[in-house]
Design a protein around this ligand. Structure first.
Ligand code: ZN
Ligand code: ZN
Length: 237
């Protein structure tokens, strides 16, 4: 079976700490240059750049997933990845409504903008997207899985906003995989598939960490089946 390379944790100019140059079109161009086969856009608590991401990825002929890096009530970052833009947008709307009414300060955190395929600004998001949505880890997991998505605790080995930093352990759960940033991981991954992604907030970061998986095609179904079979390999290994 063929092997494909994926980076399923990439931020765009919509994320509060994301570089304004990281438009969906620029991310796709960079991903193609890096030889990636599958990429996912995962902005903090919003999927508003996913429609454009879908358009430019389709044009470039690279497979894409549509996602969100949700912040749970416990301040844990989790990746929710979907096959369709609509599913990502729907979860994004739910999460955004559950964010506190704290506006972003663009001078400090940059603008949170969503753009079209030519990098023209379509709109900006007012609430600061970095804060926690008022849903628990379990509730967000249930929402992501019920919508047919993948649910992946992000950067579990980081000192902040990870499941280990916030809870001290990995609670039993229906995780599609867990994401690490270093290898070997001394943390208990409880037999879940282990992936690594760039978590890029700048264009140069796209593909700097990645993972490979075996599948017939580099798409959502192919990745889901590979995660279930544990036929994935971190680029850090
Ligand atoms: Zn994160
Ligand atoms: Zn991230």
């Amino acid at each position: 079976m063929p092997t494909f390379r994926a980076d399923c944790h990439i931020h765009s100019c919509l994320s509060p700490c994301g570089d304004l140059e990281s438009s969906p079109a620029a991310i796709v161009e960079r991903a193609v240059d890096m030889g990636l086969d599958l990429i996912a856009l995962t902005d903090h608590n919003s999927a508003l750049n996913c429609p454009t991401f879908a358009e430019v990825a389709d044009r470039a002929g690279i497979a894409a997933l549509y996602g969100i890096e949700a912040t749970t009530r416990e301040e844990v970052h989790v990746l929710c990845l979907f096959e369709t833009v609509d599913a990502a947008l729907e979860l994004g709307e739910t999460l955004y409504a559950a964010l506190p009414d704290i506006p972003v300060v663009p001078e400090r955190f940059g603008d949170q903008v969503y753009v079209d395929a030519h990098d023209m600004i379509l709109g900006e998001v007012e609430k600061h997207l970095i804060y926690a949505a008022d849903y628990s880890l379990d509730e967000i997991g249930d929402m992501a899985l019920a919508a047919g998505g993948l649910f992946i605790p992000a950067h579990i080995d980081r000192a902040a906003n990870s499941i280990y930093s916030q809870l001290g352990f990995l609670p039993e759960g229906d995780y599609s995989a867990v994401e690490v940033t270093k290898w070997p991981s001394r943390l208990d991954t409880q037999g879940h598939a282990v992936i690594s992604d760039s978590d890029a907030h700048f264009l140069d970061g796209v593909g700097m960490r990645s993972f490979t998986f075996e599948a017939e095609r580099p798409d959502f179904r192919g990745l889901k089946a590979a995660l279930e079979k544990r036929s994935v390999r971190s680029s850090l290994v």
